[in-house]
Write a protein that binds this ligand. Structure first.
Ligand code: TYM
Length: 329
């Protein structure tokens, strides 16, 4: 069975973008692959997080993993810091990543271009840690949304470089980016990705949003003045995004949905998208509440960490030995 690994960084509440671009696919793949899914808590602290908020977001993220359908009997679910090898291999990876490579990472460049102050060294070297996350497990595939593809490609470059220098240390991973839903856009500005750090909150749907709030966000999504329902990503990006959201969740093709509404007004389409999204959120939220009450999260994470550490420690040991860090007395 081929191995697959992915993670989410819960710097805030998980979003519909995380669900469609990532989480939903993890659930689909868990029957076919040996699946490792973790909560990237070390990645969260590249920017200051209020400790209490962080703890809550991490807990909610694990509960949401399960609520969305990840099954601990099929997937290994764990917290990054419970497997110490991540930070250790992360440092070794940073020593094998060039500054030029980090400077080319779009996420870093965007923040720099926005003139963000007080950017940390952790934020800069975060792609090296992400490479460690993946390579520790010798993963064949990494399912991610469009924005993370560049980081997986960097991981491949680092792995290939180290394999060339030292012999076969790592499996070369491949990013898996879905054809539909890999880049869900903000409902208020369809030129921007839907993201946890949405300033107004109106452009982003959170998985734990009150259903009325979620519906309102969809009904007031920015569209266009063309007035025709069709698939024209360039000229009608807001409409396209709404259809893409509904298509991803309902598993209907975008063409099919656009065709059904081609003689209707935008309000009717938005109502349909809201119905699809709210029905899905309601299912997830019901399970989320049951899971929080069942107090099973600790057990899931403990068992996941033991399974994950077994593989991660083996890789780390082999790397340390091969690159000459170990002394045999
Ligand atoms: P993060 O937490 O930003 O996002 C988690 C996953 O959700 C996807 N995603 C989206 N997909 C579609 N539309 C959107 N609007 C949208 N927003 C987010 C992301 O592409 C991602 O797949 N660095 C990673 C976490 C990470 C990781 C890893 C992932 C750390 N180590 C190793 C894979 C493998 C991150 O910040 O993702």
């Amino acid at each position: 069975m081929k191995r697959m690994l992915s993670g989410i960084k819960p710097t805030g509440q998980l979003t519909l973008g995380n669900y469609i671009g990532a989480l939903r696919n993890f659930v689909k793949y868990q029957d076919e692959y040996e699946m490792y899914v973790f909560i990237a808590n070390l990645h969260c602290i590249t920017e200051y997080q209020d400790p209490q908020d962080l703890r809550k977001n991490l807990t909610d993220a694990v509960a949401l993993y399960l609520a969305c359908g990840l099954d601990p009997n099929k997937s290994t679910i764990f917290l990054q810091t419970d497997v110490r090898a991540h930070a250790q291999l992360g440092y070794i990876m940073a020593c094998n990543t060039y500054l030029g490579e980090l400077n080319r990472m779009t996420q870093f460049k965007d923040k720099q271009a926005k003139g963000e102050k007080n950017m940390t060294a952790g934020l800069y070297t975060y792609p090296s840690l992400m490479a460690a996350d993946i390579l520790l497990y010798q993963a064949n595939y990494v399912p991610v949304g469009e924005d993370q593809k560049q980081h997986v490609e960097l991981t491949r470059d680092i792995a290939q470089r180290m394999n060339n220098k030292y012999g076969d240390l790592f499996t070369i991973p491949e990013p898996l980016v879905a054809k539909v839903g890999a880049r869900i856009m903000s409902l208020q500005d369809p030129s921007k990705k839907m993201s946890k750090s949405d300033e107004t909150n109106k452009g982003c749907i959170y998985l734990l949003d009150d259903l009325k709030v979620a519906r309102k966000k969809i009904m007031s999504a920015v569209t266009d003045s063309v007035g025709v329902i069709q698939l024209d990503k360039e000229n009608q990006p807001g409409l396209y995004n709404l259809i893409e959201i509904a298509s991803s969740i309902s598993d209907r093709s975008m063409e099919d949905i656009a065709d059904e509404f081609k003689n209707e007004g935008y309000g009717k389409l938005k109502g349909y998208v809201a119905d699809v999204v709210c029905a899905e959120l309601e299912k997830i939220q019901n399970r989320y509440h049951e899971i929080i009450e069942s107090k099973t999260l600790e057990k899931v994470l403990n068992e996941g960490a033991i399974k994950a550490a077994k593989i991660a420690d083996e890789t780390l040991q082999n790397v340390e030995k091969t690159i000459g860090l170990e002394i045999k007395y």
